[in-house]
Design a protein around this ligand. Structure first.
Ligand code: GRF
Length: 200
Protein backbone atom coordinates (compact mmCIF):
# COMPACT_ATOMS: atom_id res chain seq x y z
CA UNK A 1 0.00 0.00 0.00
CA UNK A 2 1.47 3.30 -1.09
CA UNK A 3 1.46 6.13 1.42
CA UNK A 4 2.58 9.76 1.43
CA UNK A 5 3.80 11.24 4.73
CA UNK A 6 3.55 14.97 5.51
CA UNK A 7 5.94 16.49 8.05
CA UNK A 8 7.12 19.84 9.40
CA UNK A 9 9.87 18.86 11.78
CA UNK A 10 12.03 16.18 13.33
CA UNK A 11 10.16 13.30 11.75
CA UNK A 12 10.62 10.74 14.49
CA UNK A 13 7.17 9.35 13.68
CA UNK A 14 8.18 9.28 10.03
CA UNK A 15 11.21 7.23 11.07
CA UNK A 16 8.98 4.75 12.91
CA UNK A 17 6.89 4.41 9.74
CA UNK A 18 9.99 4.00 7.56
CA UNK A 19 11.30 1.27 9.86
CA UNK A 20 8.02 -0.68 9.87
CA UNK A 21 7.16 -0.63 6.16
CA UNK A 22 7.71 -4.37 5.79
CA UNK A 23 5.53 -5.28 8.78
CA UNK A 24 2.75 -2.87 7.88
CA UNK A 25 2.77 -3.83 4.23
CA UNK A 26 3.32 -0.21 3.17
CA UNK A 27 5.65 1.71 0.92
CA UNK A 28 6.30 5.38 1.63
CA UNK A 29 6.34 6.83 -1.88
CA UNK A 30 7.02 10.44 -0.87
CA UNK A 31 7.66 12.66 2.13
CA UNK A 32 6.48 16.26 1.84
CA UNK A 33 7.50 19.05 4.21
CA UNK A 34 6.27 22.63 4.39
CA UNK A 35 9.54 23.53 6.16
CA UNK A 36 12.83 23.30 4.24
CA UNK A 37 14.82 22.76 7.45
CA UNK A 38 12.76 19.79 8.68
CA UNK A 39 15.09 17.01 9.82
CA UNK A 40 12.58 14.47 8.55
CA UNK A 41 13.64 15.36 4.99
CA UNK A 42 17.09 13.96 5.78
CA UNK A 43 15.52 10.81 7.20
CA UNK A 44 13.57 10.39 3.97
CA UNK A 45 16.64 10.93 1.80
CA UNK A 46 18.61 8.43 3.89
CA UNK A 47 15.88 5.87 3.28
CA UNK A 48 15.88 6.58 -0.46
CA UNK A 49 12.41 8.13 -0.38
CA UNK A 50 11.62 11.17 -2.55
CA UNK A 51 11.61 14.23 -0.27
CA UNK A 52 9.66 17.25 -1.43
CA UNK A 53 9.59 20.78 0.01
CA UNK A 54 6.46 22.85 -0.47
CA UNK A 55 6.83 26.13 1.41
CA UNK A 56 3.49 27.52 2.46
CA UNK A 57 4.97 31.06 2.49
CA UNK A 58 5.36 30.87 -1.28
CA UNK A 59 1.60 30.74 -1.80
CA UNK A 60 -0.73 33.67 -1.59
CA UNK A 61 -3.43 31.94 0.43
CA UNK A 62 -4.12 28.85 2.49
CA UNK A 63 -6.38 27.63 -0.33
CA UNK A 64 -3.63 28.02 -2.94
CA UNK A 65 -1.13 26.15 -0.77
CA UNK A 66 -3.58 23.33 -0.10
CA UNK A 67 -4.35 23.01 -3.82
CA UNK A 68 -0.65 22.74 -4.65
CA UNK A 69 -0.16 20.24 -1.83
CA UNK A 70 -3.07 18.16 -3.07
CA UNK A 71 -1.65 18.11 -6.59
CA UNK A 72 1.76 17.05 -5.33
CA UNK A 73 0.32 14.28 -3.15
CA UNK A 74 -1.99 12.99 -5.88
CA UNK A 75 0.89 12.77 -8.36
CA UNK A 76 2.07 9.83 -6.21
CA UNK A 77 -1.41 8.30 -6.15
CA UNK A 78 -1.23 7.08 -2.52
CA UNK A 79 -3.95 5.03 -0.86
CA UNK A 80 -3.31 6.84 2.43
CA UNK A 81 -1.99 10.24 3.52
CA UNK A 82 -0.26 10.26 6.89
CA UNK A 83 0.25 13.49 8.84
CA UNK A 84 3.28 13.08 11.10
CA UNK A 85 3.95 16.34 12.89
CA UNK A 86 2.59 18.38 9.99
CA UNK A 87 1.95 21.74 11.62
CA UNK A 88 -0.54 23.34 9.25
CA UNK A 89 -4.26 23.80 9.57
CA UNK A 90 -5.87 22.30 6.48
CA UNK A 91 -8.80 23.72 4.50
CA UNK A 92 -12.07 21.78 4.20
CA UNK A 93 -11.38 21.33 0.45
CA UNK A 94 -8.23 19.45 1.43
CA UNK A 95 -9.68 17.38 4.26
CA UNK A 96 -12.77 16.50 2.18
CA UNK A 97 -10.58 15.35 -0.71
CA UNK A 98 -8.82 12.82 1.58
CA UNK A 99 -11.91 11.88 3.58
CA UNK A 100 -11.44 8.40 5.04
CA UNK A 101 -7.88 8.12 3.75
CA UNK A 102 -5.89 10.54 5.90
CA UNK A 103 -4.61 9.93 9.43
CA UNK A 104 -3.06 12.26 12.03
CA UNK A 105 -1.34 11.67 15.34
CA UNK A 106 -2.08 14.08 18.16
CA UNK A 107 -0.25 14.03 21.51
CA UNK A 108 -3.21 14.00 23.88
CA UNK A 109 -6.05 11.75 24.90
CA UNK A 110 -8.54 13.32 22.49
CA UNK A 111 -11.09 14.86 22.85
CA UNK A 112 -8.96 16.42 25.59
CA UNK A 113 -6.40 19.09 24.64
CA UNK A 114 -6.91 19.74 20.96
CA UNK A 115 -4.38 22.14 19.45
CA UNK A 116 -0.92 23.08 20.69
CA UNK A 117 1.09 22.65 23.92
CA UNK A 118 -0.78 19.56 24.97
CA UNK A 119 1.81 18.33 27.49
CA UNK A 120 1.98 21.66 29.32
CA UNK A 121 -1.80 21.89 29.38
CA UNK A 122 -2.19 18.34 30.70
CA UNK A 123 0.24 19.16 33.53
CA UNK A 124 -1.49 22.45 34.33
CA UNK A 125 -4.85 20.71 34.43
CA UNK A 126 -3.49 18.21 36.98
CA UNK A 127 -4.27 15.23 34.76
CA UNK A 128 -3.28 11.86 36.18
CA UNK A 129 -3.15 10.32 32.74
CA UNK A 130 -1.97 11.61 29.42
CA UNK A 131 -1.25 10.07 26.06
CA UNK A 132 -1.64 10.13 22.32
CA UNK A 133 -4.36 9.54 19.75
CA UNK A 134 -4.29 8.49 16.10
CA UNK A 135 -7.40 9.75 14.32
CA UNK A 136 -8.92 10.17 10.89
CA UNK A 137 -8.64 13.76 9.71
CA UNK A 138 -11.75 15.85 9.15
CA UNK A 139 -12.19 19.60 8.76
CA UNK A 140 -12.49 19.96 12.55
CA UNK A 141 -8.98 20.44 13.99
CA UNK A 142 -7.99 17.30 15.92
CA UNK A 143 -11.67 16.37 15.83
CA UNK A 144 -11.90 13.36 13.49
CA UNK A 145 -12.77 9.82 14.53
CA UNK A 146 -10.23 8.32 16.94
CA UNK A 147 -8.58 5.07 15.83
CA UNK A 148 -6.21 4.09 18.63
CA UNK A 149 -4.89 5.67 21.83
CA UNK A 150 -1.98 4.99 24.14
CA UNK A 151 -2.17 6.24 27.72
CA UNK A 152 0.56 6.81 30.26
CA UNK A 153 0.46 7.92 33.89
CA UNK A 154 1.54 11.47 34.69
CA UNK A 155 4.30 11.24 37.28
CA UNK A 156 4.67 13.59 40.23
CA UNK A 157 7.91 15.13 39.02
CA UNK A 158 7.01 15.22 35.34
CA UNK A 159 7.99 18.27 33.30
CA UNK A 160 6.61 19.19 29.91
CA UNK A 161 9.75 17.65 28.38
CA UNK A 162 9.73 14.38 30.33
CA UNK A 163 6.05 13.89 29.57
CA UNK A 164 6.58 14.65 25.89
CA UNK A 165 9.41 12.11 25.71
CA UNK A 166 7.34 9.30 27.22
CA UNK A 167 4.38 10.11 24.99
CA UNK A 168 6.62 10.11 21.91
CA UNK A 169 7.76 6.55 22.68
CA UNK A 170 4.10 5.54 22.56
CA UNK A 171 3.53 7.46 19.32
CA UNK A 172 6.19 5.40 17.60
CA UNK A 173 4.39 2.23 18.67
CA UNK A 174 0.78 3.08 17.83
CA UNK A 175 1.21 4.97 14.57
CA UNK A 176 2.61 1.98 12.66
CA UNK A 177 -0.17 -0.15 14.15
CA UNK A 178 -2.89 2.15 12.82
CA UNK A 179 -1.20 2.55 9.44
CA UNK A 180 -0.82 -1.23 9.19
CA UNK A 181 -4.52 -1.73 9.93
CA UNK A 182 -5.42 0.69 7.16
CA UNK A 183 -2.97 -0.85 4.70
CA UNK A 184 -4.38 -4.29 5.33
CA UNK A 185 -7.94 -3.15 4.75
CA UNK A 186 -9.03 -3.57 8.35
CA UNK A 187 -9.49 0.10 9.18
CA UNK A 188 -12.15 2.22 7.52
CA UNK A 189 -14.10 5.38 8.29
CA UNK A 190 -17.82 4.64 8.27
CA UNK A 191 -20.49 7.21 9.16
CA UNK A 192 -17.89 9.31 10.93
CA UNK A 193 -16.56 6.44 13.03
CA UNK A 194 -13.42 4.38 12.78
CA UNK A 195 -14.27 0.73 12.10
CA UNK A 196 -11.80 -2.05 12.75
CA UNK A 197 -12.59 -5.36 11.05
CA UNK A 198 -11.57 -8.12 13.43
CA UNK A 199 -12.34 -10.92 11.00
CA UNK A 200 -9.35 -10.12 8.78
C1 GRF B 1 4.48 14.58 17.66
O1 GRF B 1 4.38 14.85 19.01
C2 GRF B 1 3.12 14.47 17.05
O2 GRF B 1 2.20 13.86 17.88
C3 GRF B 1 2.77 15.91 16.87
O3 GRF B 1 3.96 16.51 16.41
C4 GRF B 1 5.07 15.76 16.90
C5 GRF B 1 5.88 15.32 15.73
O4 GRF B 1 7.08 14.71 16.11
N1 GRF B 1 1.62 16.07 16.01
P1 GRF B 1 8.00 14.05 15.01
O5 GRF B 1 8.26 15.12 13.93
O6 GRF B 1 7.30 12.86 14.45
O7 GRF B 1 9.27 13.69 15.71
Amino acid sequence: TDIVVLISGSGSNLQALIDTQAETNTRIVAVISNKPEAYGLIRAAQAGIPAVILEHGQYESREAFDQALMQEIDSYNPALVVLAGFMRILTPAFTDHYHGRMLNIHPSLLPKFKGLHTHRRALEAGEQEHGVTVHFVTSELDGGAPVIQARIPVLEDDSEESLQKRVLVQEHIIYPVAVGWFANGRLTLQDGRACLDSTL
